[in-house]
Design a binder for this molecule. Structure first.
Ligand SMILES: [Zn+2]
Length: 293
């Protein structure tokens, strides 16, 4: 049977539906700030903080073209409260606490607020990415490290997952955990290994891959209509029903990087994840945590 491994259909509609992904691969040459300005410190010192993270307004290191599209915002008090609660919920589990610590140790301590996500296209010009709600950002030299949240992230404020028990995690909490796992996986030190490739098993028979493509189009439609819980349910159903729980969601199929973030976020937040994932996948995460320097 022919296998397809994490295909990225070039330029097709399917490419655009992956709204949850890191921009770590986006090589952005940030404007170098002068002299001895410390890296990872775009936030003013009086910015609100929580559990080692700083709430910074959007900043413009990526240049004026990026900034004009992404549109920096200030944090509203209710938004800070939502993210504080999400950080607490993530840190309530052992794995979530480890993820939080490692993300911070990798220099991701700044949470920025923008209206939109903007990414470079093939011609090197920025474009707004309406399906991306959060981004783990590093520039080319990895001097600037931030997690950026958009208006669309906050539109999901009360939406919940219905496969993780009652009441189920908030989608915003999972999205933030997913980004923190990207921050742990800096330079794909975990998701880029041959061992993770073996345990993640992203190879799909062609017919199953077509199912995944259909689900992604459905998600794009539902998210475009603001039906976030229904879009999430479609994604989760693919992993939990079609694949009998082996993958947490359809977006895990986007790439090994995305799979690592989705597995990690669900192991931290979903009490059902441990009995659904394959034993060797669980072992991989246990070893990752126990052997980390
Ligand atoms: Zn991602």
């Amino acid at each position: 049977m022919r296998l397809m491994i994490a295909p990225v259909p070039s330029g097709s509609a399917a490419r655009r539906v992956f709204w949850l992904r890191s921009a770590a691969a986006v090589m952005v040459v940030a404007a170098v700030r002068g002299g001895s300005a410390p890296p990872n410190d775009p936030a003013p010192s009086d910015a609100p903080q929580h559990n080692g993270f700083r709430f910074s307004p959007g900043t413009c290191e990526q240049g004026s073209e990026f900034c004009a599209l992404a549109t920096p915002r200030a944090w509203a008090p209710a938004e800070i409260a939502l993210v504080r609660a999400a950080l607490d919920e993530i840190a309530a589990s052992d794995l979530g606490r480890w993820i939080t610590l490692r993300a911070r140790r990798n220099g991701f301590v700044t949470l920025r607020r923008f209206a939109h996500a903007a990414e470079l296209d093939a011609e090197g010009r920025y474009g707004v990415q309406p399906m991306i709600v959060a981004t783990t950002h590093t520039d080319a030299g990895h001097d600037t490290r931030t997690i950026d949240l958009t208006d669309r992230f906050f539109e999901r404020e009360s939406a919940r997952d219905h496969f993780s028990g009652e009441p189920g995690y908030l989608l915003t909490t999972e999205i933030l955990a997913h980004e923190l796992v990207h921050a742990v996986d800096l330079r794909q030190q975990y998701s880029g290994t041959a061992e993770f490739g073996r345990v993640a098993r992203l190879g799909m028979p062609v017919t199953r891959q077509r199912d995944a493509d259909r689900v992604n189009l459905e998600r794009e439609r539902l998210n475009g209509e603001g039906r976030y819980e229904a879009a999430w349910e479609a994604s989760r159903s693919f992993g939990i029903v079609s694949l009998r729980g082996r993958l947490p969601s359809v977006q895990a199929l986007d790439s090994y990087r995305e799979a690592f973030a989705e597995f990690g976020a669900h192991l931290a937040l979903d009490p059902n994840a441990r009995r659904r994932f394959e034993p060797r996948l669980l072992l991989f995460f246990e070893r990752t945590v126990s052997e980390a320097p």
